[in-house]
Design a protein around this ligand. Structure first.
Ligand code: ZN
Length: 300
């Protein structure tokens, strides 16, 4: 058995291009998006606690040293906000400290806001949003669309409910209740993308909305791959699907990527191949010592 030392768990160098809209997949539903001037981080989770610790109900400590290192890596080019799609630990655990490190808002549901309060964020850095709200970050406009969580665990949504009081870390996974589930519509003069972090949906949620590309959480689909694609990818008329949240997030980020148990990747790819309206582009994993930011939309 290989044990990965926490102190070796340092972030890689990331090479960002100067023009266009770039992104990095950070593992889980974590995505960093920037255009060289402005940017934001979605669901950053770098502490990556092991399965035993999570399922034994032990407290999950945000790894502050690692978060600071990652915040420094993403701090150049920089980010204007930290967005949280829902309040499970693999989306929220580290997010308030990413916000604190750069003095930018933690943006999400009332449950996410409760974590912001418990982690000691200044009120000015807690940006509670409701479905339909929008925020501008330079040339980016992000709109918060209500979604639903996938039936990720034995056909059920794990840790349902909301965080109703300030959440002070470290707390076990069970303290990180779901709260509102959001997807993010990201509009930029160079293109439109959607971040859909959990494999559930609300019928009609994308009525009247189009996106060129979609970051699609593919774990925990509960066997409804066709229905998922037909309610999320097809209505958006997305031409590119960038799968996310398929890595085993119980392993550290510097370990070679493995697929999360129960992913059924082959079934996903077979089902997706029945549709000819979109391509699937898997993003590179961050475990290499240096890697390139990916182009989401090319510059003019
Ligand atoms: Zn979740």
């Amino acid at each position: 058995m290989i044990i990965f030392m926490r102190e070796k768990n340092i972030p890689p160098e990331i090479n960002f291009k100067k023009d266009g809209v770039q992104y990095c997949w950070l593992g889980t539903a974590g995505v960093y998006i920037c255009d060289g001037k402005n940017g934001f981080v979605i669901d950053p989770y770098v502490s990556r606690h092991g399965m035993a610790r999570v399922f034994l109900g032990l407290p999950l400590k945000p790894e502050l040293c690692l978060i600071k290192q990652w915040a420094d890596v993403l701090g150049n080019p920089g980010y204007d906000a930290v967005l949280v799609s829902h309040s499970h630990f693999d989306h929220l655990l580290d997010a308030p400290f990413f916000a604190l490190e750069r003095g930018v808002p933690l943006t999400g549901s009332s449950s996410t806001a409760m974590a912001g309060r418990g982690y000691g964020l200044d009120r000015a850095l807690i940006d509670e949003v409701r479905p339909g709200d929008s925020r501008a970050y330079g040339d980016f406009t992000v709109t918060f669309i209500e979604s639903a969580h996938g039936p990720a665990f034995a056909g059920r949504i794990p840790y349902p409910g909301a965080i109703g009081a300030p959440l002070v870390p470290p707390r076990p996974a069970t303290a990180y209740r779901l709260g509102t589930t959001f997807s993010f519509l990201v509009e930029h003069p160079l293109g439109t993308a959607v971040h859909h972090g959990s494999a559930g949906f609300i019928k009609g949620m994308y009525d009247g909305i189009r996106a060129d590309k979609i970051f699609l959480g593919i774990a925990g689909r509960g066997g409804n791959t066709a229905e998922y694609i037909e309610n999320v990818v097809i209505p958006l008329q997305a031409r590119t699907v960038i799968p996310v949240h398929f890595d085993n997030f119980f392993r550290p980020l510097n370990a070679p990527m493995k697929y999360v148990p129960g992913l059924h990747l082959k079934e996903f790819l077979e089902t997706a191949s029945r549709y000819n309206s979109f391509d699937i582009v898997f993003p590179p994993f961050v475990s290499s010592s240096s890697f390139e930011a990916q182009t989401l939309f090319s510059g003019n």
